[in-house]
Ligand binder design. Structure first.
Ligand code: PLP
Length: 399
C-alpha cells in the first residue's frame, strides 16, 4: 500500500514537485504509519472502546481484542503470550528490564556500552545500587567479546545489556557470541531490539535473551506503545504501580488501540520481510557506492558490511567544510528529512555520545539517513543530487 507521504507527493502540483520533493529519510527516528495499521486502529477505537478490565460485555470484548493482539505478537516472535508485557514504548521497556534485573533478580553489576540508547544509558549513569562496566568497542562500534568474557569472570550477579543494532551507526551485535557468554557465566541478558524488531525475523528462543524491547513506531506502527519480552522463567514486579493490569506487572489501563496497531504493524513488517530487506539494503548499497563516486573523501560511521550492519541506517561522514553546521538545515530546505544522530538528543548541544563512543572524527559533518520499505530509488537519486550540490559546492567555495 502506498505511504501517506507518497500520496501527498502525488497530490502535489507539478510546479511544487519540481520545486521541492519531500523525502523522508529519518525512519530510525520514527516511521510513517502504514495505512492498514491506521484502518485497524480506527476500527478498534470505534468498535471496541471498552476498558479491558471491566467485567461487562464491552470490557470482555475489549479484553478479547487485547489478548488476540498479544497472541499475534507472541506468535510472530516465537514467544508465549504471557511473556509479552505492553508498555508505553521502547524507553519504558528498557527501563523496566533494567529495574527488574536489579529489584527482582539481585543484579548488582551491569555490563553495557557507552553507545547504548539513552533509554538504557541514563538508567545506568549515577545508579548507586549497581556498579557498571563498559565493554570495549571497535572503531565501528562492535562489541569486543574477549573483553566481555574477561568482565564476566568477576563472580557477581550480572545483567548484560547490549543493543541489537545501534540506532545511529547501524552496527549489529553478535547476538550468538553474547548469548553464549551470558549462558556460560549465568548472566542475565537484555537486548534493546527497538531498531531491529520488525526489520529482522526475531525468534526469542534463538536470540536467547531474558529481556527484549520493542517500540511500534519504528516499523510503521503508532507512537507511545511497545512491549517488553520477559522470559517466562523470570518473575518481575511492576515499575508502574496501579491496577492489576498486565497480570500485575504494569499498572494502568492498556492502550488497546495502540496495541492493536502494534500487532498489525508487526504482522505487516514480517510479511515479505526478506523482500523488504533486499529492497532497502539495495538502496543503502546504491547510496554508499554513489556517495563514494560523487563526494571526495566521504566515509561512513559504524559498520556498512551488510552482514554486520542494520540495513535501514547509513551514517555518512562528509569531509569538513566551513559551513558544516548548515548541512542538515540545507538538506531540510531541499525537502530532505534526515538527522545528525538520535532524535532524542537532537535538542542537546553535546553532540552524539555514540560518535564520541567510537572515537569518530566529530569535526567532520555527518548525516544519518535511515530508510524504510516505502523508500524509493527516485528519492535516493534526489537526495544524492542535493547532497552533492551542497557538499561539493561548499568544498569548492572553501578553496
Ligand atoms: N532504543 C532505541 C535503540 C531507540 O532508537 C529508541 C527510539 O529512538 C528507543 C529505545 C526509545 O523508544 P521509544 O521512542 O518508543 O520510547
Amino acid at each position: 500500500m502506498p505511504l501517506l507521504i507518497f500520496e501527498r507527493n502525488k497530490r502535489a502540483t507539478n510546479f511544487e514537485k519540481k520545486r521541492v520533493m519531500k523525502v523522508y529519510l529519518d525512519n530510525a527516528a520514527t516511521t510513517p504509519m502504514a495505512v492498514e495499521v491506521i484502518e485497524e486502529m480506527t476500527k478498534t477505537m470505534t468498535d471496541h472502546f471498552g476498558n479491558p478490565s471491566s467485567t461487562h460485555a464491552f470490557g470482555r470484548e475489549a479484553k478479547g481484542v487485547l489478548e488476540m493482539a498479544r497472541r499475534k505478537i507472541a506468535q510472530l516472535i516465537n514467544a508465549e503470550p504471557k511473556e509479552i508485557i505492553f508498555t508505553s514504548g521502547g524507553t519504558e521497556a528498557d527501563n523496566m528490564a533494567i529495574a527488574c534485573a536489579i529489584n527482582d533478580h539481585g543484579v548488582t553489576r551491569i555490563i553495557s556500552t557507552c553507545t547504548e540508547h539513552h533509554a538504557v544509558g541514563h538508567c545506568l549513569e549515577g545508579n548507586t545500587s549497581i556498579s557498571v562496566d563498559y565493554v570495549n568497542l571497535s572503531l565501528t562500534g562492535e562489541v569486543d567479546l574477549n573483553h566481555l568474557e574477561e568482565l564476566l569472570q568477576k563472580p557477581v550477579k550480572t545483567l548484560v545489556t547490549l543493543m541489537h543494532a545501534n540506532n545511529e551507526i547501524a552496527t549489529l551485535l553478535d547476538v550468538k557470541g553474547v548469548r553464549d557468554l551470558c549462558k556460560k557465566y549465568a548472566a542475565l541478558f537484555h537486548s534493546d531490539t527497538v531498531q531491529t524488531m520488525g526489520h529482522y525475523v526475531i525468534d526469542v528462543k534463538e536470540f536467547g535473551a531474558d529481556f527484549l524491547t520493542c517500540s511500534a513506531h519504528k516499523f510503521h506502527g503508532p507512537k507511545g506503545v511497545g512491549f517488553l519480552y520477559v522470559n517466562k522463567a523470570l518473575k518481575i514486579s511492576p515499575i508502574i504501580h496501579g491496577g492489576a493490569q498486565e497480570r500485575g506487572m504494569r499498572g494502568g489501563t492498556e492502550n488497546i488501540t495502540g496495541i492493536v496497531g502494534l500487532a498489525k504493524a508487526l504482522e505487516l513488517a514480517n510479511t515479505d520481510i526478506a523482500e523488504h530487506q533486499s529492497h532497502v539494503q539495495g538502496l543503502k548499497s546504491y547510496m554508499i557506492e554513489a556517495l563514494r563516486k560523487r563526494i571526495p573523501g566521504v566515509n561512513f560511521h559504524g559498520e556498512i558490511d551488510p552482514e554486520k550492519s542494520l540495513y535501514t541506517v547509513l551514517n555518512v561522514c562528509f569531509p569538513a567544510f566551513e559551513n558544516k553546521s548548515m548541512l542538515l538545515f540545507l538538506l531540510d530546505l531541499d525537502g530532505i528529512a534526515c538527522s545528525g544522530g538520535s532524535a532524542c538528543t537532537s535538542g542537546a548541544s553535546t553532540g552524539s555520545h555514540v560518535l564520541r563512543g567510537i572515537k569518530a572524527d566529530t569535526d567532520r559533518p555527518n548525516a544519518r539517513f535511515s530508510f524504510s520499505r516505502y523508500t524509493t530509488l527516485e528519492e535516493i537519486d534526489y537526495v544524492l543530487d542535493k547532497v552533492e550540490k551542497i557538499v561539493v559546492g561548499a568544498l569548492v567555495a572553501d578553496r
